[in-house]
Design a protein around this ligand. Sequence first.
Ligand SMILES: Nc1ncnc2c1ncn2[C@@H]1O[C@H](COP(=O)(O)OP(=O)(O)O)[C@@H](O)[C@H]1O
Ligand SMILES: CCCC(=O)OP(=O)(O)O
Length: 356
Amino acid sequence: MTEKILAINPGSTSTKIAVYADCREILTENLSHSAEELAVFADIMAQAPYRLAKIREILKHNGLSLRDFAAVVGRGGLLKPMLSGTYTVNQAMLDDLKNARYGAHASNLGAILADQLAAEASIPAYIVDPVVVDELDDIARITGRPEIIKKSVFHALNQKATAKRFAQSIGRKYEDLNLVVAHLGGGISVGCHRQGRVVEVNNALDGEGPFTPERAGTVQAGQFVEFVLASKLGKGEVSKLLAGKGGLVACLGTNDAREVEKRIKSGDKEAETVYNAMIYQVARYIAAAAVPVCGKVDHIILTGGIAYSDYLTAKIREYVAFIAPVTVLPGENELQALAEGALRVLSGEEQPREYR
Ligand SMILES: Nc1ncnc2c1ncn2[C@@H]1O[C@H](COP(=O)(O)OP(=O)(O)O)[C@@H](O)[C@H]1O
Ligand SMILES: CCCC(=O)OP(=O)(O)O
């Protein structure tokens, strides 16, 4: 029997949804939310009714009822560190997300929206490979301050789905390869996938890694402390300096890499200098991600929205081709990966995991 799945991927500036009949996509929509639209909400949780109404409109417009679905699946947000897999949305998870117990990010809405819609049709709600999938080697967790332990926060869903798809495309098993995967989007994460496990990756949300369209990435800690103390900003505002108002937003006033490239083409030297610096930082993190496998990288994969840029991918290739061949798989496979994760559970191929 054909199982219909509703997949929901809330991002910082968009809500992407898709409907799958088994693994076949029959509808996809990408709703952009402008900064002005979102500015009226006090925090991310307050956006839930607004985003929910938009999803309902799409379903109605396409003649779909929640009763048509076997399950709803959402992107997984900031929760406790978790193993890769499909999780049933439960009360413990909803409580942690609603209270932003492990931090606030748009992905926190994935389980909340999936749960609300699924409850109305008495069908299950799931999340798959949340941003807190943790497969780090223990050595990667240690920092020079014993009270600060590195956390794994990255584009786990797209990184793992893209890496598995790449392995399949070359007739190899994901678990037999050493891959470096760079997700290049609003946030950027660069992971070392050693035989099916992401043993090292920058924390994409928390001031670690290359700077990005909207994040500061790694900044020199001493200077940052001085700046924050002198600024007298509150916690929320300081967090925004790192994620939301950092990177290209801070340096060039836009989070749109396409706009930056237009400026470069029209001779804007400042845009060129900043964008090239971001590219250089991504390349450095790719080289660093070769360390856990002592340089024995089978392949480097560039993915995410900015990987559509020939300008950027050509420059990264130039920097890192000495390590391993580079393949560009632009965009993200997140909605498909969500649907596949739900289907594996519905078909009995995989047991859903429980969040405790
Ligand atoms: N053809 C393109 N060339 C360069 N940048 C692009 C292109 N298409 C999308 N982008 C950029 O990709 C970024 C968003 O990537 P995406 O992976 O969708 O983000 P997120 O990680 O927030 O889901 C934006 O900065 C956007 O400008
Ligand atoms: C929270 C880590 C994943 C991430 O950065 O997602 P976006 O790039 O979609 O903000």
